[in-house]
Design a protein around this ligand. Structure first.
Ligand SMILES: Cc1ncc(COP(=O)(O)O)c(C=O)c1O
Length: 398
């Protein structure tokens, strides 16, 4: 299966050894797996015989999803988790001890920002933020003798910052450090960070990989050593495993991943081009636009620009909420990466815990609106946003 193309792997990889075989991967809704005898139990636990032991670290349905994701990311191995946040948490926990530090761009999802700051502070692990992440010198300056890894979310949510993964990987290697990339927004259909030099990739599979807002999940793809370390270590004692049914939903999502991502990209470009020309719009953050500062680096390392975008309006906070409340087809929710188009106001929801000062540094004003463009008809989406923008009456805006 290894030498097959991406679309073949996304449909077949990892599904093997089921008796009787089935078109759809069976859902092993079981926590434990009986042994033939005591000898077999001991052999499986010692890793001398393949088999399953306990659902927190192994399950046949989840394992198919792990193998498929490893194949798609070009990684040796993968471990699925209960959410994207727990994937990031498990990996950082595996790589750091109390007193250690790591370096991250400040252009990250609000939950990640909270975990890295407040969450890890409680464990005695310190993040050194890079607040101008376009500058490699800033990354370099943030590395200390205690640094254990570099972390980049690219493209970032909601600012759509794109990090130069090859350059960051070269910097990490110079210092003998691993580079971790959060590949949630692009998925391996559009970007494969390991092929660009990253060591480990994390995802919130809740988003584009599942694709329909039906299940929370996360995955870590990396070397056998790191993944088995997590499986035998913190996954056992912290325990955020992926549910078998969620793994099954994610496997369904993967079967159509490339097709969906292509349509997400083309719809998003059309909306971004519409917004860029609208008199009420101050700026559009969508790296697929040729005017975007990250367009060139995105073209170098991505096959497409996905469908997350944000735009800043010329009006006020009230104008932003008027637009959101006027949308008819687009759904107002705290989510992204689904077939349905979603609008979010990050400053008052997903990123509100960052506080005003940190939001300012990360480029998230109250007039920023985030869109995750779905798979509906392009013309219907443009009509919806056009009528919503027409409702803004503020003197600042007109
Ligand atoms: C880029 C990114 N990484 C991680 C997460 C966290 O994922 P989850 O909601 O599955 O815990 C999110 C959630 O929005 C995200 O956008």
């Amino acid at each position: 299966m290894k030498d097959r193309g991406f679309d073949t792997l996304s449909i077949h990889a990892g599904h093997e050894g089921f008796e009787p075989d089935s078109m759809s991967t069976p859902i092993y809704q079981s926590v434990a797996f009986p042994y033939a005898d005591a000898k077999e139990a001991a052999e499986i636990f010692r890793g001398e015989k393949p088999g399953y032991t306990y659902g927190r670290w192994d399950n046949p349905t989840v394992q198919v999803f792990e193998k498929r994701m490893a194949a798609l990311e070009g990684a040796q191995s993968a471990i699925a988790t209960g959410s994207g946040m727990s994937a990031i948490m498990m990996l950082a926990h595996q790589l750091c001890d109390e007193g250690d530090e790591f370096v991250s761009s400040n252009r990250v999802y609000g939950g990640t920002f909270g975990l890295f700051g407040e969450g890890f502070r409680k464990m005695g692990i310190k993040v050194n933020w890079v607040t101008e992440p376009e500058s490699l010198d800033e990354w370099k300056a943030a590395i200390t003798p205690k640094t254990k890894f570099l972390f980049v979310e690219s493209p970032s949510n909601p600012g759509l910052f794109i990090g130069d993964i090859a350059a960051l990987s070269a910097l990490a290697k110079e210092h003998g450090l691993p580079l971790i990339a959060d590949n949630t927004i692009t998925t391996p259909a559009l970007q494969q960070p390991i092929s660009l030099g990253a060591d480990t990739v994390v995802h919130s599979t809740t988003k584009f990989i599942c694709g329909n807002a039906s299940s929370l999940g996360g995955i870590i793809c990396g070397t056998e050593e790191v993944i088995e370390g997590i499986r035998q270590g913190c996954m056992r004692y912290l325990g955020p495993a992926m549910a078998p049914f969620n793994a099954w939903l994610n496997l369904l999502g993967l079967e159509t991943l490339s097709l969906r991502m292509a349509k997400h990209c083309s719809n998003a470009l059309a909306i971004a081009e519409f917004l860029e020309k609208h008199p009420l719009v101050e700026s559009v953050n969508y790296p697929g636009l040729s005017s975007n500062p990250y367009h060139a680096i995105g073209n170098k390392q991505m096959k497409g620009f996905s469908s997350l975008m944000s735009f800043i309006i010329k009006g006020t906070y009230d104008d932003a909420t008027t637009i959101i409340d006027s949308l008819d087809l687009m759904i107002h929710a705290t989510h992204l990466g689904t077939a349905k188009t979603i609008v979010t106001h990050p400053a008052s929801t997903t990123h509100s815990a960052m506080g005003e000062e940190e939001m300012k540094k990360a480029g998230i004003p109250a007039t920023l609106i985030r869109l995750s463009i779905g798979l509906e008809e392009e013309a219907d989406l443009i009509a919806d946003i056009e009528q919503a923008l027409a409702n803004v009456k503020s003197a600042v805006a007109v």
